[in-house]
Ligand binder design. Structure first.
Ligand SMILES: [Zn+2]
Length: 265
């Protein structure tokens, strides 16, 4: 083997090694790396201005949170459709809604999601706008829409800027977390410790009965099914934790054990 050939081989192995290192280091457990996304400084600026969950974290946790938001943006496509005008802040708020429920799970990301599609407003079951049935504010796709989520831009912004209404984006990400084990049934099997499954199901059923009897301040929609209860109660938990703790202490404690297991031990 000549010196030239040896040098070429060394060169090829070096470049190959660097490429493998780069792919492992920068892609986490997802493969796509998108460009043209807001940088970390911009993410921190938007979070500091608009997100109370972020503002309540200590300095180190804030930085980790911002990095997680940035990671979501770099691995998940966000597409504006049907005339929606989506800016940097909206993109960061979508990624924030994804990050909040999983923040206390270091190694979790949304392996069941490739793209978030943003419509300007609510839509109907045929994905039409401005029809009588245009009341859907967000959905997690099935069939050909599998691995995609649709969000109404108006509902996304309302979730952050009008805390008395629902938080559609967090709601839909909670459905995805619920869906990760194969069943959208209100029991997020990857998050919840086994011994909590039964108490959690009992708590859901007791609350659903109260909601259906108009004896609860939890939004009516939570009475539709276990899956909707879990999503609506989670919105409540992340948006107004103090109020939930005061009005529904047992539900608050169980949700804390699900979303932030380190806190109570
Ligand atoms: Zn729902």
């Amino acid at each position: 083997m000549g010196t030239d050939t040896q040098l070429t081989l060394v060169f090829i192995f070096t470049i190959g090694g660097l490429l493998i290192w780069y792919v492992i280091k920068y892609t986490g457990n997802k493969k796509v790396l998108l460009e043209d996304i807001p940088d970390l400084a911009r993410v921190i600026e938007v979070l500091g201005k608009n997100v109370s969950f972020f503002k309540e974290l200590d300095k180190n946790a804030r930085f980790t949170f911002a990095e997680r938001v940035h990671y979501f943006l770099s691995t998940t496509k966000i597409t504006a459709e049907k005339g929606a005008s989506v800016n940097d802040e909206d993109r960061i708020l979508i990624a924030t809604s994804a990050t909040i429920p999983l923040f206390h799970f270091k190694y979790w990301s949304y392996e069941n999601l490739d793209e978030v599609i943003v419509y300007p407003e609510g839509f109907d079951e045929q994905y039409g706008l401005k029809n009588e049935g245009s009341v859907i504010l967000g959905m997690v796709g099935e069939g050909v829409m599998n691995r995609k989520m649709i969000l109404s831009l108006e509902a996304l912004r309302n979730g952050f800027f009008n805390s008395t209404v629902s938080h559609t984006a967090i709601h839909e990400f909670v459905h995805l977390i619920d869906k990760a084990d194969g069943a959208v049934d209100g029991v997020p099997e990857y998050l919840i410790p086994k011994e909590l499954v039964r108490p959690w199901i009992n708590e859901m059923h007791a609350n659903i009965i109260k909601i259906r009897n108009n004896e609860s301040n939890i939004r009516d929609y939570a009475g539709v099914s276990e899956a909707e209860f879990f999503a609506v109660a989670s919105e409540y938990f992340f948006q107004r934790p103090q109020l939930l703790e005061k009005d529904h202490p047992e539900l608050f404690e169980l949700l804390t054990m699900i979303y932030n297991p380190g806190k109570l031990t």
